[in-house]
Write a protein that binds this ligand. Structure first.
Ligand code: NAD
Ligand code: COI
Length: 325
């Protein structure tokens, strides 16, 4: 049973189903306590959403005899892990559907911030060409970029940036890769970065890793890019720093309170979350609705690899992408 199907996924669901001779029932609805019963009779569930997967979903899956949930994405921060464990529901994700997709998006966000693209476009739309040509940009290759987290995505970001001639410094307490200069203290990275970009998981230990206290260490000319998880940044502290010109700007693809963003998207209207609206009104902020991943290559891999795992679970096998919490 394939939840949250988006139009662009359909062709890949059909091709996987034909290649593997396995029936895939689909719905555009997200997986919730109210919709989980639609999976009655299925051997496994596949889903993609930033909204929570709550305890009730796992309790009901267990009652229905469904033993696996295969996520089509990387992050598992929205899974009630205790409930999944308590109900013996096995979980898989797709950890590397395209790290490059998110990395390219993050670098493109940096370039838009440095060239003040949002302001330029606004001036052009308003016919204020004199103001547009007066804006002076900065060159990426002349910046020091701080990368927080150098796993699959962060490493690819570093590779692209180094190829473009930027100075890259990184912080990752658990994983050091060859060819990257690391600092041992996050504060050192915040102090020296012209652009800080986040590529680490959202989890209790990383909640508000970027906060009121340490934002004050950043240069007033610095930019923040967050295409990781909203919870990593204390949004109110970021808004204050932007308002008080203690930071030059931000590009945000992920937000605290993404439940609201998800609901708004499902209903086809704007996200009414007040912090989101405040950020949206700032001309030095670029907002995107959690789309850094969204490329043709990524969508193909997300669909096929999640269905592979669901099928393997149903056959009593151990998928490579099983997540052990
Ligand atoms: P990964 O597991 O390969 O790498 C994460 C890295 O973060 C690891 O090296 C880990 O050691 C490091 N890390 C953990 N805690 C840290 C901390 N406190 N400080 C610094 N580094 C820390 O994961 P990935 O594939 O690179 O993905 C990173 C995150 O990107 C995902 O967890 C997900 O939340 C996010 N993501 C966003 C999108 C999007 O569309 N915006 C798409 C995919 C993934
Ligand atoms: C992820 O893969 O973790 C993402 O952030 C993508 C999103 C569609 C959930």
């Amino acid at each position: 049973m394939f939840y949250g199907m988006r139009p662009e996924e359909k062709e890949y669901v059909i091709s996987w189903s034909q290649q593997n001779n396995v029936q895939v029932k689909t719905t555009a609805e997200l997986l919730t306590a109210d919709t989980v019963e639609q999976a009655q009779g299925a051997d496994g569930i596949v889903a993609l959403q930033t909204q929570a997967y709550p305890k009730e979903v796992f309790d009901k899956m267990s009652q229905m005899g469904i033993k696996s949930l295969s996520l089509r994405n990387v992050g598992t921060d929205n899974v009630d892990k205790e409930a999944a464990k308590a109900n013996n529901i096995r979980i898989s994700n797709v950890p590397a559907y395209s790290p490059n997709a998110i990395a390219e998006f993050a670098v493109s966000s940096m370039m838009q911030l440095l060239r003040q693209t949002r302001k330029v476009i606004q001036y052009v739309e308003d016919g204020e060409l004199k103001e547009a040509v007066a804006l002076v940009g900065k060159e990426l290759s002349a910046q020091t970029i701080g990368v927080v987290g150098t796993g699959r995505i962060g490493k690819r970001v570093v590779d692209i940036l180094q190829g473009m001639g930027a100075k890259v410094v990184a912080y990752d307490p658990a994983f050091h890769q060859p060819g990257i200069d690391y600092v041992d203290d996050l504060n050192d990275l915040l102090k020296q970065s012209d652009v800080l970009t986040l590529h680490l998981p959202g989890m209790p230990a990383t909640e508000h890793l970027i906060n009121e206290k340490n934002i004050s260490l950043m240069k007033p000319s610095a930019y923040l890019v967050n295409a990781a998880r909203g919870m990593i940044v204390e949004t109110r502290a970021l808004i204050n720093a932007l308002k008080e010109r203690r930071l030059a700007g931000a590009a945000l693809d992920t937000f605290e309170n993404e439940d609201e963003l998800g609901k708004a998207m499902a209903q086809g209207h704007d996200n009414q979350d007040s912090d989101y609206q405040t950020l949206k009104s700032m001309d030095n902020v670029i907002l995107t609705p959690h789309i850094a991943y969204h490329t043709d290559i990524a969508v193909h891999n997300m669909v096929h690899q999640s269905l592979d795992s669901a099928y393997q679970f149903s056959q009593g096998q151990n998928p490579e992408n099983e997540v052990k919490f």
